[in-house]
Write a protein that binds this ligand. Structure first.
Ligand SMILES: Cc1cc2nc3c(=O)[nH]c(=O)nc-3n(C[C@H](O)[C@H](O)[C@H](O)COP(=O)(O)O)c2cc1C
Length: 232
């Protein structure tokens, strides 16, 4: 079936790119979130992304692709998402490798993922890049600056400890939820300051009353080394 026959609302399509940086869990969870929210997902992943799926998850690339409504081969530059005439809400690259980021920054695109990202920029649609590398050299920073100047949103997957994560899933979900915020979607799994977080907890600033054993950092709600489970 063609994508255009199934889209309830053309504006509710999201392009999701997975490249070969660490953190494929972000992209996978994004696909699951799209399904939960009724957003039509269009997936493209690079060959190195398929490798990192193998290293970092129990899933096969095929199982990841099955989580998307539509999945395209990275070499298929005739796919719908290669054209600005194919209406989408925007695109997220999660995770975004330095190689993919650099290619998008130059405009010299060599595969469907980077071509689709270029389409988002030229059509002035949101392009969110979850760039994952550390440390960063000046060339990386310059590419990010160029992309920000072109309208892309650089969203490195940096955890917010005020969100009281207890598991890796908590960290991933919070980041995915914040990425969805950038497209105007409200995913229930994201915790919000002043709502689930910090309600009635705000105190006048003072050094932390919490004391930690020597060599250990006290983390709100749990000890960093323990990772207590249970509460979501
Ligand atoms: C397990 C693994 C983890 C990697 N992590 C990163 C990373 O975090 N950031 C990055 O820029 N490249 C990372 N790389 C290297 C990229 O996969 C490599 O530069 C590749 O050429 C990127 O190609 P792509 O942008 O087409 O996916 C990693 C590679 C492997 C195998």
């Amino acid at each position: 079936m063609k994508a255009r026959e199934t889209a309830k609302n053309k504006a509710e399509r999201l392009v999701i790119g997975l490249s070969g940086a660490s953190g494929v869990a972000y992209g996978i969870r994004m696909l699951e979130a799209c399904r939960e929210l009724g957003i039509e997902s269009h997936l493209v992943m690079t060959k190195p992304a398929e490798m990192t799926i193998g290293y970092e998850t129990e899933l096969s690339p095929r199982q990841v692709a099955a989580k998307a409504d539509f999945s395209y081969a990275v070499g298929d530059i005739a796919a719908p998402i290669a054209s600005g005439s194919f209406k989408t809400k925007g695109m997220i690259v999660a995770p975004c490798s330095v190689r993919t980021m650099s290619e998008i920054a130059t405009g010299v695109t060599t595969n469907l993922l980077t071509r689709s990202a270029d389409v988002m920029l030229k059509e002035r649609r949101p392009l969110v890049l979850m760039v994952r590398e550390t440390p960063l050299h000046l060339g990386h920073l310059r590419s990010m600056t160029a992309l920000a100047e072109m309208g892309a949103i650089i969203l490195p997957p940096v955890p917010a400890f005020y969100a009281e994560p207890r598991t890796l899933s908590d960290l991933v979900d919070q980041m995915v939820g914040r990425a969805l915020d950038l497209f105007g979607y409200d995913w229930p799994d994201v915790k919000r300051w002043g709502e689930e977080l910090a309600k009635g907890k705000r105190k006048p600033t003072s050094p932390s009353a919490r004391s930690a054993p020597k060599g250990e950092v006290a983390v709100a709600g749990s000890r960093a080394s323990e990772g207590r489970r249970g509460k979501k």
